[in-house]
Design a protein around this ligand. Structure first.
Ligand SMILES: [Zn+2]
Ligand SMILES: [Zn+2]
Length: 414
């Protein structure tokens, strides 16, 4: 047995990219990485090696939330409190306060089993600063992958009520905006290719195309030249088509995904992050705020249409990832995929190994395999039996450190 920092024992492990079930597993961690995983076979660990025992529990890779705006995430969690407000209310706060929101929300993500977040536009570049703080070990939070600020046309999505994206017009300005986000430290580039829901119907519409073909092409060529992938908020059919034709790497929301477009995505390796739980929560919130007409329209043309799109993408074999957007919920997202007919194992992959592939980190993280990051979720029961078991978080490890789980904390200290 190799030198180990600690061992995890449980009833079941979901191993490798395909989450194969392994009973009575033993998982060894050294220097933040998984170094062994296999059946325990009655072996006793070397004297002095710390052991975390989770009887009856399932060990699996930590979850990925591929679409957040981290300073706003608390909106879903604080109903009835003074924190409750729209995106504009949060984004128009001073950066110092938004940074505190981001730190609190990062901890909340961790508590729900999320070990990596991908922030898809963050006013004042808060998520980049959060990334620094987490990497420096200043605060407990998931790993952060950040696009910095998204790029939109003047008055486009995320710009009309607050500065949630950078405004740029014409290929030269868009190219410069891409270069600037990369200069500031963007891990990937996010474009606002269509209108959205936040300002519907007065200021924006999900079917409206908000970036031109030449702007999309300029952004993508500059990002690719700097080894950054590009994803786009694209809801309506025309914007999805324009993005795919321009060479985009990913589509966020993809409300009107036809089978023709899905086939193009499959052929060109374009991934899909629908954020179904976030989209339906926005419409539900409009309904409870008394905006009956708008919410009914969006329920039919966005929520229901998007469910069809997800089925179409599944049928075409498009790589699908789990993300919540502002108001969604990561378990709800994975459960929704299951409800739409996705195999439970495949649904779990949208938030683990396939999510890591989408972030181009699939060769070193996102699965329980030797050599991979020890980013680990321990659940009370197997989510392969019922995806809702993802809510029974018993412990979370990141990079070989236990970050959630009281009893586990105790055994580490012992
Ligand atoms: Zn969006
Ligand atoms: Zn978003």
């Amino acid at each position: 047995m190799p030198e180990l920092d600690f061992i995890i024992e449980a009833q079941l492990a979901l191993v490798g990219a395909d989450l194969q079930e392994l009973s009575d597993p033993m998982l060894g961690v050294k220097d933040g990485r998984i170094v062994l995983i296999g059946p325990r076979d009655g072996q006793e660990p070397k004297a002095g090696v710390k052991v975390f025992r989770f009887p009856g529990c399932t060990v699996m890779p930590g979850l990925w939330n591929l679409h957040v705006h981290i300073q706003r995430r608390h909106l879903a969690r604080s109903e009835g409190t003074t924190f409750r407000g729209g995106a504009a209310e949060v984004e128009n706060q001073p950066p110092a306060l938004k940074a505190i929101y981001a730190a609190v929300n990062a901890k909340a993500e961790l508590n729900s089993g999320v070990t990596t977040i991908r922030d898809c536009s963050s006013g004042d570049h808060i998520s980049m600063h959060l990334r620094r703080a987490v990497e420096a070990g200043m605060l407990s939070g998931p790993r952060v992958i950040s696009c910095g600020m998204g790029i939109a046309s003047t008055g486009g999505h995320e710009t009309h009520m607050y500065k949630g994206a950078v405004e740029a017009d014409g290929p030269d300005e868009v190219a410069k905006a891409v270069r600037n986000e990369i200069k500031l430290g963007a891990d990937f580039i996010k474009l606002m290719a269509s209108g959205g829901l936040g300002g519907f119907p007065d200021r924006e519409s999900p079917r409206r195309v908000e970036m031109t073909d030449v702007e999309l092409a300029a952004a993508i060529s500059q990002a690719h030249a700097r080894d950054r992938s590009v994803t786009a908020h694209a809801m309506g059919e025309a914007s999805i088509r324009a993005c795919i034709n321009a060479g985009i790497d990913g589509i966020e929301h993809g409300v009107e995904l036809t089978s023709e477009l899905a086939a193009m995505m499959k052929q060109r390796n374009v991934y899909f992050v629908p954020t179904a739980s976030g989209v339906s929560a926005v419409v539900e919130r409009m309904r409870s705020a008394g905006k009956t007409q708008a919410s009914e329209y969006l329920h039919e043309h966005v929520v229901q249409a998007q469910r069809r799109s997800i089925r179409t993408a599944m049928d075409s074999g498009v790589l699908i990832g789990a993300g919540t957007d502002t108001l969604g919920d990561i378990v709800r997202e994975v459960v929704t995929f299951g409800e739409l007919g996705m195999d439970r194992r495949d649904a779990l992959k949208t938030a683990t190994s396939n999510a890591a592939l989408i972030c181009r980190r699939g060769d070193r993280t996102g699965q329980l395999s030797p050599g991979f990051d020890a980013d680990i979720l321990v659940t009370g029961n197997s989510p392969l039996e019922d995806l809702n078991h993802l809510r029974r978080v018993a412990a979370v490890f990141i990079g070989g450190h236990i970050v959630v789980g009281d009893s586990a904390w105790k055994s580490e200290r012992e």
